[in-house]
Design a protein around this ligand. Structure first.
Ligand code: CP
Length: 313
């Protein structure tokens, strides 16, 4: 694997899920693979799980890890030909090339503006690092995608599924802040690659990018969608059509124990209790959110392993 900025960078997803589950059983088996290799992680936004699980994964493979939390005082310029006499102090052309001298793999987290749809869809930050650093880039959640989360979600569903083709429901839930569509986008893309029966449910106006949902089943009726679900993945996202806007905070969309019934509850975390989902669900046996977060390590580890194998030739 040359990079992991998109789910489709994985050649065989089902095989990769199986390999990740094997790595989970013996995480230090490839400790020599990353010897004398450095992962530089750049965070333009905060993180708990991605930051820690990716570092743990890299260290399990014997890599050195350098992490930089980029704050607002270090503004990068991404446009060509700009007269940089305002807020930006360094151009991506220099920054990416310099970082590439310190790193064998660069991993980047950069959330969307949620105000400029075209700019967000262009994935300027991740794409610019790929273009100028010319070393493998891993997406730690970008404007439109969170592929490491989606791989962890797929591993978790594989581990907990009792059926050959489980029913998986992605349900929107309310949230007080405008959030990206990235987790939902990558989850849908991943589910389309797996033997699952996927239904997406959300209020009108929250349709995801149709280039991503394609012909997946979409329902505005949450109760109907949740019927006979085996897995219920809950996530808020802001409107895509009315870009970045909150159109509803209707708490009737919150997931309750009654709605969940016997399904497994999934969420990428962090989650707002009693806004997105009630306590009773998160505190129940049916919640597998902690297992999902654990699988972030093995999702990152299988991706880094494949990139290192390619680097080592
Ligand atoms: N799920 C996830 O990406 O968590 P963090 O924002 O804490 O990294």
């Amino acid at each position: 694997m040359k990079k992991y900025t998109d789910i489709h960078d994985i050649k065989n997803i089902n095989e990769t899920i199986k390999e990740a589950i094997e790595i989970k059983k013996a995480p230090f088996n490839y400790k020599n693979l990353g010897t004398n290799k450095t992962l530089v992680m750049l965070f333009f936004n905060a993180s708990l799980r991605t930051r820690l699980s990716t570092e743990k994964a890299a260290k399990n493979l014997g890599m050195d890890v350098i992490c930089l939390q980029i704050n607002n005082s270090w503004n990068l310029e991404f446009d060509d030909g700009t007269i940089m006499n305002l807020n930006t102090s360094e151009h991506i052309k220099e920054a990416a090339k310099v970082i590439a001298q310190y790193a064998d793999i660069i991993a980047v987290r950069a959330f969307p503006t949620l105000s400029d749809k075209d700019k967000d869809n262009a994935e300027i930050i991740i794409e610019s690092f790929s273009k100028y650093a010319k070393i493998p880039v891993v997406n730690l959640e970008s404007s439109t995608a969170h592929p490491l989360q989606a791989l962890a979600d797929a591993i978790t569903i594989n581990e907990f599924s009792a059926k050959a083709k489980p029913k998986v429901v992605l349900s929107w839930a309310p949230h007080p802040k405008a959030l990206p569509q990235s987790v939902a986008n990558s989850f849908v893309t991943m589910m389309q690659e797996l033997p699952v029966d996927l239904t997406i449910t959300h209020p009108e106006g929250y349709e995801l990018n149709t280039d991503i949902t394609k012909n997946s089943t979409v329902s505005y009726n949450q109760e109907e969608a949740l019927k006979d679900a085996d897995f219920v993945y809950v996530k808020n996202w802001s409107s895509y059509s009315n870009y970045g806007k909150i159109l509803s905070q209707d708490n009737n969309w919150m997931i309750t124990q009654k709605k969940l019934n016997n399904a497994k509850f999934m969420h990428c975390l962090p989650v707002r209790r009693n806004v997105v989902v009630e306590d009773a669900v998160l505190d129940s046996e049916n919640s597998i959110v902690i297992n999902q977060a654990n699988n972030r390590t093995y999702a990152a580890q299988i991706v880094l392993k494949k990139i290192l194998e390619n680097l080592n030739g």
